[in-house]
Design a protein around this ligand. Structure first.
Ligand SMILES: Nc1nc(=O)n([C@H]2C[C@H](O)[C@@H](COP(=O)(O)O)O2)cc1CO
Ligand SMILES: [Zn+2]
Length: 139
């Protein structure tokens, strides 16, 4: 094999980087970044769905339904009536990641989500045939 020109061999390493992010760290990082888009004043959640080829097929964060102004619905956690709280309206990050999917189905996919899925989202993930879920270890 011909020797590298001396200028090239001295100016930059010819060895690939080893200390790269693991794929799970990368996808959870995407979920954490997506959470930064949430307008929920108390809890921001992000979700990233990845297919078996490790391609991102859906990203979402918790927010009010499309077209429903973030200022016209309540963000409070408690009220005399459930309709006075955000829980009655907010779309969870997992729901939005599923709805934002760019693939025909989610068979065998993995979802990386910054909070453990609630029972409603767990049902959605099962019905969407989402293979498995990974949850962030951060608080
Ligand atoms: N897995 C989840 N995905 C989500 O998108 N959420 C959202 C729904 C609310 O907008 C917020 C929770 O509000 P709080 O009860 O921590 O103030 O996080 C919550 C969970 C946890 O069940
Ligand atoms: Zn949920």
């Amino acid at each position: 094999m011909s020797k590298l020109p001396s200028s090239l061999s001295l100016s930059c390493s010819n060895r690939k980087r080893e200390d790269i992010l693991e794929s799970a760290q990368y996808f959870m990082g995407v979920a954490l970044l997506a959470a930064r888009r949430s307008r929920d004043p108390s809890t921001q959640v992000g979700a990233c769905i990845v297919n078996e080829e490790k391609k991102i097929v859906g990203v979402g964060y918790n927010g009010m339904p499309n077209g429903c102004g973030d200022d016209s619905l309540p963000w409070r956690r408690s009220g005399d009536n459930p309709v006075e709280t955000k829980y009655f309206y907010v779309c969870h990050a997992e729901l939005n990641a599923i709805m934002n999917k760019n693939s025909a189905d989610l068979k065998g996919c993995t979802i990386y989500v910054t909070l453990f899925p609630c029972n409603e989202c767990s049902k959605l993930l099962i019905q969407a045939e989402n293979g498995s879920a990974a949850q962030s270890l951060c608080g």
